[in-house]
Design a protein around this ligand. Structure first.
Ligand SMILES: [Zn+2]
Length: 293
């Protein structure tokens, strides 16, 4: 028995297996998936003598986006159908998860982009073929920001200012036909405990410089409430001063203090507004846009 709401995700799993030419011993009819109420897990696979069963926390399910549900079910089927009994708690050099079969043992945390088609392709492959846990070819792990010293910005704001009451807003000065550009954001004055967000199109990049919990998060669908695409914590122990977002042809690259933190496919912005929103007090910044093509 599989809960009807969950069944389409199980069908997707078997379709992927089929697409990849993987013959599964455990068929859809052999597994049971039910809802429970749990404070301890969002999903859990129990191995049985006759059949394997999965329990899904109803509370998690009701609040989750389609993609979170998808990956939760794929994760549990990874245990229960692919017989991946162990979690793979490992990260690539820039901190991206190696696998969707990650767990939270010993407070392990890594982030995977659950909304990127390119990453999906990688994680599906890794799920069915655990030996394929090499960074995808398109992931340029040693990428550094394009040098801007010799460049003239196409647009800049020097010593911009944003306070709690006055959101800083500007129209995106870059024609989105440009395939190579860099948004260079330098924080001139903010405290150790500040956080701020930078919105571009329907994306938001949220930066937190809190002493013990420095994190970086990308959200999309911001205009309709936002959903976290990618989070990275435990950044460098230094304060983040410069944030660079680069479009390189079909990709977005994210750098913090020149260190690569994430790559994903480019998606065209849904609007041309750029917003800077401090969460507690005044933020002073320099904002520059460079075009490379
Ligand atoms: Zn697990």
């Amino acid at each position: 028995m599989i809960e009807p709401e969950i069944e389409p995700y199980v069908d997707s799993f078997y379709l992927e297996a089929n697409r990849l030419g993987v013959e599964l011993d455990i068929k859809k009819n052999d597994i049971t998936i039910t809802f429970v109420e749990s404070d301890e897990f969002s999903g859990q696979c129990s191995y049985g003598f006759w059949n394997n069963s999965i329990q899904i926390d109803l509370g998690f399910w009701e609040d989750a986006t389609h993609e979170r549900k998808y990956w939760l079910i794929f994760h549990e089927l990874g245990h229960c159908v692919l017989n991946r009994t162990e979690h793979l708690n490992e990260v690539f050099p820039n901190g991206e998860c190696k696998s969707e079969m990650d767990g939270d043992e010993d407070n392990f945390f890594c982030s995977s982009n659950k909304y990127s088609k390119l990453w999906k392709n990688y994680y599906i492959n890794e799920l069915f073929f655990p030996s394929r846990n090499k960074l995808p070819d398109w992931y340029e792990k040693d990428a550094i920001p394009k040098p801007i010293e010799a460049e003239l910005p196409v647009f800049q704001i020097k010593d911009g200012n944003s306070t709690m009451d006055t959101l800083f807003t500007v129209r995106n000065p870059i024609d989105t036909l440009h395939k190579n550009y860099q948004i260079h954001f330098q924080i001139r004055k903010w405290d150790r405990y500040d956080h701020f967000s930078f919105e571009f199109g329907d994306y938001k990049w949220f930066f937190n410089r809190f002493w013990t919990n420095q994190l970086f998060r990308i959200e999309d669908n911001v205009s309709s409430g936002g959903r976290a695409i990618f989070t990275q914590n435990k950044l460098t122990p230094n304060d983040v001063e410069v944030v660079q977002i680069e479009r390189r042809n079909n990709f977005f690259y994210f750098f913090m203090d020149s260190k690569l933190v994430h790559i994903m496919e480019y998606q065209s912005p849904e609007n041309d507004i750029i917003k800077i929103e401090p969460r507690n007090k005044e933020v002073r910044f320099d904002l520059k846009f460079y075009v490379f093509d």
